[in-house]
Write a protein that binds this ligand. Structure first.
Ligand code: FNR
Length: 348
């Protein structure tokens, strides 16, 4: 059992991973001012190419998707070319990489896109300000019109197409952590009265529209989705949310995605709204495809969780920042360097 996580894993008929340890998506805010990946980013990702699958840091699908400084994009040819250098370097070292497609919804800031509307399901803002740029306080968003929703869906699909052009092996749609898609899925952020609100089916519609558009663009084998069924970040918990995720996951079971990935920092956290289950317990009970667990796991606790069939693959975040050679270290049973927030100031 010791080495099972380090053996190849077939995600589906077209993608085989060299092991079951994924590098979690980790925003680093270090792309250049045109949101193009830099040489330092090429080297940073290439150093981690022995992960089973690298998920890129969240990458914005269009200008008004931005809520943090210097987060990379996938909507200009310069950005596509910049990512191509990253994926080439990862492939050269035998690795595989998905792009995480991102729109932050109500925590976007017009500072980043020269004014204009902040779009969200409903005109409900959150308190606070842009991390690293505290002077930029969050605004009350505008409820997206149906036409704007259709354009957003089309822009996710276009960004997925761009990701493949940039050499990515697939895409992970960022549906977690309180950003745009997650905002549609929770009652605290979605009070719409049209076909995108009020019922589990309607509240799941935007997520499923995006999933289906991305599948049409790149195929289900290359499409994955990250979800946070428990509200924990920029979102208030509501006992009605579970029914939305019950509906959504049943619909996803029909779609044969590459995988579904939990979005949580600590998977021992239990949510009252999920019948006191953890993120992975809840997802495992409702989703039948490949499930990626995440959230404060060590290699040993991940090994145990996978051998207990709690999920199929593990995503490792902070330890991968602290240990570019994470896979070598866990293979040789060597001690890991502890993660520290100060490590975020530099790409190593
Ligand atoms: C994150 N996380 C994150 N999640 C995501 O879906 N997209 C992202 O871009 C980011 N960015 C990010 C940056 C930093 C600095 C941290 C620490 C975390 C969450 C991340 O993918 C993961 O879920 C958590 O870090 C929990 O896993 P670990 O770190 O306990 O293994």
């Amino acid at each position: 059992m010791t080495t099972d996580l380090l053996k190849p894993y077939k995600l589906n008929n077209s993608i085989e991973l060299q092991n079951r340890v994924m590098m979690a998506p980790l925003t680093r805010c270090m792309s250049d001012d045109n949101l193009v990946p830099t040489k330092a980013m090429v080297d940073y990702y290439a150093r981690r190419a022995d992960a089973g699958l690298i998920i890129s840091e969240a990458t914005i699908i269009r200008p008004d998707a931005q809520g943090y400084p210097n987060t990379p994009g996938l909507f200009t040819s310069e950005q596509i070319q910049g990512w191509k250098k990253v994926t080439d370097a990862v492939h050269e070292k035998g690795g595989k990489m998905f792009a995480q497609l991102w729109h932050v919804g109500r925590v976007a800031h017009p500072y980043f896109f020269d004014g204009g509307d902040v779009l969200a399901p409903s005109a409900i803002g959150v308190e606070g300000s842009v991390p690293r740029m505290r002077e930029l306080t969050y605004q009350t968003p505008k409820a997206a019109t149906i036409d704007e929703i259709k354009q957003l869906v089309a822009d996710y699909a276009k960004a997925a197409e761009n990701a493949l052009e940039a050499g990515f092996d697939g895409v992970e749609i960022h549906g977690a952590n309180g950003y745009l898609i997650d905002q549609f899925l929770h009652y605290a952020a979605n009070t719409r009265e049209d076909e995108y609100g009020q019922t589990p089916e309607n509240m799941s519609r935007f997520a499923l529209d995006v999933v289906d558009a991305v599948i049409s663009s790149v195929g289900a084998d290359k499409t994955a989705l990250r979800l946070s069924p428990g509200a924990y970040f920029n979102m208030e918990e509501d006992s009605r949310d579970k029914a939305v995720f019950d509906f959504l996951l049943a619909a996803l079971n029909e779609r044969e995605l590459a995988y579904v990935h939990g979005g949580i920092f600590d998977d021992s956290m239990r949510f009252a709204s999920l019948d006191n289950q953890t993120t992975s317990e809840y997802l495992r009970a409702h989703y039948t495809g490949n499930l990626v667990g995440v959230g404060s796991y060590s290699f040993d606790t991940a090994k145990q969780a996978i051998s207990d069939n709690k999920f199929d693959l593990i995503a490792i975040g902070r330890p991968f920042i602290a240990n570019p050679d994470y896979i070598i270290k866990v293979t040789n049973d060597e001690e890991l360097v502890a993660y520290d927030e100060s490590m975020l100031s530099e790409l190593v």
